[in-house]
Ligand binder design. Structure first.
Ligand SMILES: Cc1ncc(COP(=O)(O)O)c(C=O)c1O
Length: 423
């Protein structure tokens, strides 16, 4: 590379990545093949539209790439192309979720104040559709309808949270809320929820309240692909996912949608282009295709199993050292540690006293970073501290497992974390 300034910075970042222990739950390390696809000449090509239906010429090869990506995406998750459609063009997870809402719940047409109909009767803008999504402070994502996100400005979020005692989903409470509010769409799949989600129960809630069910499996996609986390496809109308977390691909996203008389598949495609995006990033789509092929291998299945085993060991070791974990543990790659309750031995979190004067999430993440362990500060359910300096940290096992870490390494990591935070 001739640009020495950028080259130096890339090299420095490479070094940083090698040097640290990376416990950011949403990050991972891609293969050389994925990097090669991302850095290829495919980035030069404009390809607005879909395979066989492009606005620009010269897309015969690009069409093959996107079609292959689609074929692999459906195959990886055992989906029949007659029953499921997938759009592989979303640039990332947030625009994918926005596209789903635009497709399924078109915002009402704006009616200027003072407008009257033909009979002189005043008319106003209709109320936006309701999206029932988990609130940010309980583990949901911004794009699940939070006020500060576009998804909370164009639609009305009906926020839900966790059971205050178990810090897990309480499906009876969810059902009650859904029956009262009658949302148009229920969103499941989260950013900071360590446990297994009972998709069948989520579906029951959606059916009872006549809502559609969207699953955002961004965090767990690699675990689902590897067969170590239940698949949501039997139950959801739409499934979105980023490709760069446990799935170990480039930064991108996909939208899977059921093909039926509602024609949601056509609506989703239209929401992506012309609704929200222009030309897809073909280099990114090729990199996703490479990722999907890698995820079909026995080695990836082994990886996914190791990710979950490593997180389980990390959780057990932290608990044994007296750390309170949200919901008492994990079933996935992700753990939420209540650092504020530093050193309080309890029966694994349930009903533990809060605000015991430990260290804040901000201080914990800064201390760990100084010691070469990268995590993110994170709110815990029912947090009494502000989001900028919350009560906990979030850690995950996916990135270090890619680098070959096994149970013994995670035992050592737990010991290190304990030593650093207890100083
Ligand atoms: C559950 C979930 N959905 C969506 C996203 C958004 O993805 P992106 O950062 O690619 O926009 C994230 C990212 O953290 C996420 O955790």
């Amino acid at each position: 590379m001739k640009d020495i300034q950028i080259k130096k910075l890339i090299d420095a970042e490479k070094k940083r990545q090698k040097k640290v222990i990376n416990l950011i739950a949403s990050e991972n390390y891609v293969s050389k093949d994925v990097l090669e696809a991302l850095g290829s000449e495919l980035t030069n090509k404009y390809a607005e539209g879909y395979p066989g239906k492009r606005y620009y010429g010269g897309n015969e090869i690009v069409d093959k790439i996107e079609s292959l990506c689609i074929e692999r995406a459906l195959k990886l998750f055992n989906l029949d192309p007659k029953e499921w459609h997938v759009n592989v063009q979303p640039l990332s997870g947030s625009p994918a979720n926005l596209a789903v809402y635009l497709a399924l719940l078109p915002p009402p047409k704006f009616v200027p104040p003072g407008t009257k109909d033909a009979n002189g009767v005043a008319i106003t803008t209709a109320a936006p559709a309701k999206i029932m999504g988990m609130s940010l402070d309980q583990g949901g994502h911004l794009t699940h309808g939070q006020k500060v996100s576009a998804t909370g400005k164009f639609w009305q979020q009906i926020p839900y949270g966790l059971d205050a005692t178990t810090e897990m989903l309480n499906y009876d409470q969810l059902r009650e809320l859904a029956m009262k509010e009658k949302p148009a769409l229920i969103v499941s799949g989260y950013t900071a929820y360590p446990r297994t989600i009972d998709w069948a129960r989520m579906k029951e809630v959606a059916v009872a309240s006549e809502a559609m069910l969207m699953v955002d499996m961004s965090h767990i996609a690699g675990l689902v692909a590897g067969g170590v986390y239940p698949s949501p496809f039997k139950y959801a109308d739409v499934v979105t996912t980023t490709t760069h977390k446990t799935l170990r691909g480039p930064r991108a996203a996909m939208i899977f949608v059921r093909k039926d008389s509602r024609e949601l598949d056509k609506k989703i495609d239209k929401a992506i282009i012309p609704g929200l995006q222009g030309g897809p990033h073909i280099n990114q789509i090729a990199a996703v295709a490479v990722t999907l092929k890698e995820a079909m291998t026995p080695a990836f299945k082994k990886y996914a199993r190791q990710v979950v085993n490593n997180a389980a060991v990390l959780a057990e070791e932290l608990k044994a050292r007296g750390w309170r974990l949200i919901s008492g543990g994990t079933d996935s790659h992700l753990i939420l540690i209540d650092t504020w309750n530093n050193g309080k031995k309890n029966d694994y979190g349930v009903g533990a006293a809060r605000g015991a004067g430990g260290i804040t999430g901000k201080e914990a993440s800064e201390r760990l970073e100084r010691a070469g362990i990268i995590v993110n500060k994170n709110g815990i359910p029912f947090d009494t501290r502000p989001p900028t300096d919350p009560s906990g940290i979030r850690v995950g096992s996916a990135a270090e497992t890619t680098r070959g870490a096994k149970e013994k390494d995670f035992r050592a990591i737990a010991k290190r974390i304990d030593e650093i935070l207890r100083k």
